[in-house]
Design a protein around this ligand. Sequence first.
Ligand SMILES: *Cc1c(COP(=O)(O)O)cnc(C)c1O
Length: 394
Amino acid sequence: MTLSRQQPIATMRCDRAWVEISLAALAHNIRQLKHLLSSRTQLMAVVKADAYGHGAVMVAETVLQAGASWLGVATVPEGIELREAGITAPILILGATHTPEQIKAIAHWQLQPTLCNFKQALVFAETLTAMQSEVLPVHLKLDTGMSRLGPPWQQAVEFVQLIARLPNLKIASIYSHLATAESPDQTILRQQQRNFEQAIAQIKDAKLPFQNEQTQPALHLANSAATLTAQDLHYDMVRVGLAMYGLYPAWHLSPIDLKPVMQVKARITQVKTIPAGTGVSYGHKFMSDRPIQLAVVGIGYADGVPRNLSNQMTVLLRGQRVPQIGAITMDQLMLDVSAIADVQEGEVVTLLGEDGTEKISADDWATQLNTISWEILCSFKHRLPRVAIAEVRG
Ligand SMILES: *Cc1c(COP(=O)(O)O)cnc(C)c1O
């Protein structure tokens, strides 16, 4: 007998477990966010880390159509993936890039780098000169209080002075990143804003001579939380990640209606009754105290379901919550479905998302696991196909 792949992969996508992406919810969220922005402010959709696990190319195509005009990625390969898919919108690499190989790829694929230190700026100028490259738009990152990338804001004039003198570079924007925009207490946020404005004022006052013809650099500071906080934080562009995926950075920041874009679903692969006193899964961490109708589901920690939720999570089946029992294993987990009549193999359970009136969100998991919803969204592995759906929920 010869083995052949009878079924194309595409039709097997929802056979076991998958991530559902509502492109309609995504477009809705972009339109909602645009309502908050004045006409001078552009929307950069942050699609780093495979669009927070949602699938970078399909997310990028959808948000550009819905009104975003820039894309933000973390790395050069993430930018190249979008270009290879035919996306022509401007792409800012938010992370640091250093090597001549990275710089060549940036120039070749027309990506736009973040410059965040003096030495790196010199390597860019040298490499671009050696390549006889055209003038490359670059984005200067200042550290106003995050203590991550960028020179301290007090060195802003010196930094701009250096870059202004270098050939082949043109300053497209000057930006910074906020450390505490999710907090109801705005003290640190406003201090960072004052630092940013002071740095910008000092650069203006210095009246630096620019080597290349220079238009006014754009200014940007806001992430999702700051975008939802106040318009005076928006400047020329906002860089939105989490909110566009339909989650609120904090409960007090909900001036608009956002809809979660991602749902995680899997199928029941076996149903059976176990008697009272039966251990379930590795380590027998669950013992039945009565006969139980047990369902096995084809999703596990290798797909991104956190093992720390073992015996602590519920999933949705036919619009009802059912408890997960025993240790979550690499590829499978078990449920107690005794409360639901006549459960069938092949039925779909919802791990994250909505079913009827019930709902489980990334925020629920984040609270249970003492982490943040950003990490939950990014945790689903590539073994789960991303399946786009058209409908909007909620
Ligand atoms: C990831 C990132 C963002 C987006 O942050 P959210 O809180 O998800 O909106 C914005 N700016 C920079 C520099 C980032 O790295």
